[in-house]
Each structure stands twice: as C-alpha cells, then as structure tokens.
Design a protein around this ligand. Structure first.
Ligand code: F6R
Ligand code: MG
Ligand code: MG
Length: 369
C-alpha cells in the first residue's frame, strides 16, 4: 500500500468583474506553474476554481505541512497574482496576507486541508471547496454525516461505521496557538453539537475512524480576519473526505447538502445566506453570493488521480439549487434587518461600528423626576 499525502491549498488571488470568477488566463498561469515547477515534487495535481477562489489539489509523498509543496503552491499564487494585476482583476493577491514564505502557508492567508493516507486498493475521496462563507460552513454536514443515522445509514448497517468517529474541533477564536478538543461519537454527540452550533468559533478540523484509527476528514480552519487583523474576505474553507468501507459512503457524505443551511458570508462577508451546492468551476453572482460549495470526487492509485467526478452535477441537485435559491430570496427580503446581517462582532466592514461610535455621543440619559 502506497503512503501518500493529499493536499489542497486554495486562495483568492483576483477575479473578473468584482468577485465573479478568476480569468482563464489566471487559472492557466497557476496550473502551468504547478505543472512546470512541480516536476519531481508532486505525483499529480488538479487545479480548479469555486467562485473567486483557485484550489490546487496535489498528491505527493512528502507528508502534510511540507515546506516544498507549500512553497510551490504559494509561488504559483504569487506568479498568478502578477497575471491578475496585469489583467486588472479585482482583489489581485487578496488572500496572500504575508510577505515572504516561512515554512508553510498556514497562517499566511490560503486555506489548507491535507491528509496523510495509506492508499487503499480502491481509494476514493471527495474534495470540497466553499466560497463566500466561513470556516465552520461544513460543521452541520459533517455532524449529520458522521453522527446521525438520518443521513448516514452506515451508522446502522455497517459494523465498522457503527463503532463511531473521533472529532477534533478547533477554537478558531483563539489566535495564540492551535486550541482544540477531541470528542467521540456516539457518546459525546450532544457536546459535539454544543460546539458545532457556533460555526464562527468552533470548527471541525479532522475526523478519525474508531474502527481503523485512520483519518477520514481534514478541514481548513483559517480565520483570515484574525491573521490580518481586519477584513480581507471571508474564509472560504476547503475539505478532504475519504469515503467508502470504514468511512461513510460518498452518498452519505453528500446527503446533508440537501439542506442548504444558513451560514455567514454572502455580500461583504457580513450576511447570512444558504449554502448552495454548485457544479465544478461555478461563479459567484447574486448579492456577491450566495455562499456556495463544490464537491469533486476522485479515485487515486499510487498517487495518480483520475479526472474529477462532479458530485453536484446531477438533476437532483438542480432541484436543491432551486429550493436553496428560494431560501436565499426569503432572507434577502429583509435586507439589512435582524438575522439577515451578522452581529456586530462578526461584521467584516467597520462602517456600522463607526456609525454607532458617532451616535453614542448623541445618546442622552433621561433624568427621573
Ligand atoms: C465577500 C466579498 C465581496 C466584497 C464586495 C465589496 O467575500 O469579497 O462581497 O466584500 O464586493 O468589495 P470592496 O469593498 O472591495 O468594494
Ligand atoms: Mg474575491
Ligand atoms: Mg473567495
């Protein structure tokens, strides 16, 4: 069995007409860079986009957080940023928050999800990429897939899956170091739910099979807001999930995406909108949204990838997209009001806070007689 690493590194380095999608030239420049400079380093790669973000999926033998693989992707984004600037694309280099590369891209802006695996004879995995949303956007679907038989029939039907899973959950509000907790299904499911209901603060980082001890899921946990100290775009997380046998079936991983849960993001990273499952290389549109998620299935042998199978390109998901559009329409009807916009601490632009500061001066306290 081959030991390999799957890495996704993803960044917004510029897009056409505001935040619609990267140009073909930009995508091509990133792909060409990986193709040329990745020789001898990577076994295989795939480059695609979800909304305004470009994701580089690669396979290699160098383990997670490898400085050479991370530098290759960072440099590909730096090279792409030059093309984005030359074309006048919007937000060129937006997610490259630090100058100079030091070790790995964690904490530098791009979203990262990686898995070290012992390749199974038939290794299948899913690559998720979300745009216009927050790091915890996968929390609900992961909970439902790994802990709820209403979505995962394997929890009842497969003795391996019934043994449960270990959830590693990160507190992304803690910026001094990685702060995380390990909880087990089925015995801790209510505590897991207590944390995951707060997707802006607690984010699933990884999930492990209790039967085989192997890792099934890896999710990016970046908070750009905390890295940059100011608004720089939403976090737009990526995830890798191995499926089948000791892990949930692909369809059990996809099942919760039928819900289109309301998540943070959308226009100016400051609203609530439903998470829409979209096809490969989809753009961003309505109200700089809605929040979207794409899912590509791959099989891999000795690190060589098949072409992607687009999991949300099916008539069933057209129906879901319609119902999610209806949810988007409903919440947009109330505009800036109440639950449609994020709370003060989560707002990504400073305008409201500045206005309130000014208004504070005009408040008076009524004297009682
Ligand atoms: C959200 C996002 C966009 C921008 C919006 C305004 O993640 O990127 O919704 O916030 O288009 O952009 P600026 O302030 O750059 O004009
Ligand atoms: Mg953008
Ligand atoms: Mg984005």
């Amino acid at each position: 069995m081959a030991k390999i690493t799957l890495s996704i590194i993803k960044a917004d380095i510029g897009s056409i007409g505001g935040h619609i999608k990267p140009s073909q030239k930009l995508l091509q420049s990133v792909e060409n860079y990986i193709k040329e400079k990745g020789k001898g380093l990577l076994i295989d790669y795939y480059v695609g986009h979800t909304g305004d973000d470009i994701a580089i999926l690669s396979t290699h033998k160098r383990g997670t957080l490898d400085s050479k693989v991370h530098k290759l992707c960072w440099d590909a984004f730096v090279a792409g940023t030059k093309v984005a600037k030359a074309q006048g694309l919007y937000g060129a280099g937006q997610d490259l928050l630090k100058e100079g590369f030091t070790g790995n891209v964690k904490g530098m802006g791009p979203a990262v999800a990686e898995l070290d695996i012992e390749e199974r004879p038939a290794e299948s995995f899913l690559m998720f990429a979300a745009d216009k949303t927050e790091p915890g956007a996968y929390n609900l679907s992961l909970y439902l897939t790994f802990a709820d038989p209403m979505h995962n029939a394997g929890l009842l039907l497969s003795p391996e899956i019934k043994k449960g899973f270990k959830f590693v959950i990160m507190d992304v509000a803690y910026t001094k170091a990685d702060r995380f907790i390990e909880l087990y299904t089925p015995e801790n499911i209510y505590d897991i739910a207590v944390l995951l209901r707060e997707p802006g603060r607690f984010v699933v980082e990884s999930i492990w099979s209790r039967a085989s001890k192997e890792q099934t899921a890896s999710v990016s946990t970046t908070r750009l807001h905390n890295i940059a100290g100011k608004y720089v775009g939403k976090d737009d997380p990526v995830a890798l999930i191995r499926t089948q046998k000791d892990f949930p079936a692909t369809g059990e991983v996809l099942s919760p995406y039928t819900i289109g849960p309301y998540v943070a993001g959308f226009m100016r990273g400051s609203h609530i909108g439903p998470l829409m499952p979209v096809k490969k290389n989809s753009a961003i549109s309505f109200f700089d949204g809605p929040p979207v998620v794409s899912c590509l299935g791959f099989s891999v042998k000795d690190g060589k990838l098949t072409e992607p199978a687009d999991a949300f390109d099916h008539p069933y998901w057209d129906y879901v997209r319609h119902s999610v559009s209806r949810k988007a329409e409903e919440i947009r009807r109330q505009g800036f009001y109440g639950a449609a916009m994020l709370s003060m601490s989560e707002l990504e632009y400073t305008g409201v806070v500045a206005s309130l500061k000014e208004l504070e001066k005009k408040f008076v306290i009524k004297k009682s007689k």
